[in-house]
Ligand binder design. Sequence first.
Ligand SMILES: [Zn+2]
Length: 64
Amino acid sequence: MTQEMECLCQECGISVYHPSSIINLEDPAGTEVKLLDSLLICQECGGRLALVGKVGNEPHYRLE
Ligand SMILES: [Zn+2]
C-alpha cells in the first residue's frame, strides 16, 4: 500500500496528492518549504509544489 502525500501548489494554492513513491524532494535538507522535484508540478497552473505532509496528517515520528 502506497502512502499518499499532500502537496500544495505555490502558485494557486490547491492541494494535490501524489504517492510518496514518486516524490523526490529537490533539496531535502534545505529550506523550510520543501519544494518537490520540478517533474511534479501543479496540474492546474503548472506551478511548483511544496510538500505538506502525509494524507491523514499522521505524525511522522509515530512510524519510526
Ligand atoms: Zn497551481
